[in-house]
Design a protein around this ligand. Structure first.
Ligand code: GDP
Ligand code: MG
Length: 223
């Protein structure tokens, strides 16, 4: 199945983190992105427990390049305020999540942000996600307030719903696009230690034989 083989050939791999208070919907965002689980039933069944999965990955197309996102989830560590230094190490991007119906989770953002800036790569690209957008009636944080916070702290910003899927893919894609832009402008060096970026097979093939300039995604298996 050529479509499947094609999708395995990626140019870059980016390591992503999902951070924010417990209960904001981090695990659901990850599942929604990877498995597109929109059904409320399954969503409810599984999100009540801390999930066992600690990371997931998905290949997406970003500005005509296939990029593999490897996304790490705190998997419940944040409940015990024990998100470790090693969790942050070598991440290229992060989703910083709060719950629009909980001011407490919004107030915690400054702590999460200072940890990320201190413990992750200097160049980490962060997108702020105001999750549970579907619960607008219970909103405690306005869009405007959060977008100002994002602007002041140089974060991208979206409101998302891990329940309906609204803006979930967009959050990951926007963050990946910004990283790719920074690589292409030379602001980010993928070869620097701890950049959170690796070359995939598609890139390696091009680097080895630049003359042959194979179009991205030849039908060879990239495993
Ligand atoms: P985590 O602790 O940050 O990983 O949060 P979870 O992903 O486990 O979600 C915590 C709770 O919020 C669960 O009961 C989810 O069903 C619920 N939840 C997560 N995202 C959304 C959302 O976008 N909308 C609504 N209505 N509920 C959500
Ligand atoms: Mg979780």
């Amino acid at each position: 199945n050529s479509q499947r083989l094609y999708s395995r050939v990626y140019y870059f791999l980016f390591k992503f983190l999902v951070i924010g208070n417990a209960g904001t919907g981090k695990s659901c965002l990850l599942h929604q992105f990877i498995e597109k689980r929109c059904k409320a039933e399954r969503f409810k069944d599984e999100s009540n427990h801390t999930i066992g999965v600690e990371f997931g990955s998905k290949i997406i197309s970003v500005v005509n390049k296939m990029v593999k996102l490897q996304i790490w989830d705190t998997a419940g560590q944040e409940r015990f305020r024990s998100v470790t230094r090693s969790y942050y190490r070598g991440a290229a991007g992060a989703l910083l999540v709060y719950d629009i119906t909980s001011r407490e989770t919004y107030n915690a953002l400054t702590t999460w942000l200072s940890d990320a800036r201190m413990l992750a790569s200097q160049n980490i690209v962060i997108i702020l996600c105001g999750n549970k957008k579907d619960l607008d009636a219970d909103r405690e944080v306005t869009f405007l307030e959060a977008s100002r916070f994002a602007q002041e702290n140089e974060l991208m910003f979206l409101e998302t719903s891990a329940l309906t899927g609204e803006n979930v893919e967009e959050a990951f894609v926007q963050c990946a696009r910004k990283i790719l832009n920074k690589i292409e402008s030379g602001e980010l060096d993928p070869e620097r230690m701890g950049s959170g970026i690796q070359y995939g097979d598609a890139a390696l093939r091009q680097l080895r034989s630049p003359r042959r300039a194979q179009p991205q995604g030849t039908q060879e298996c990239g495993c």
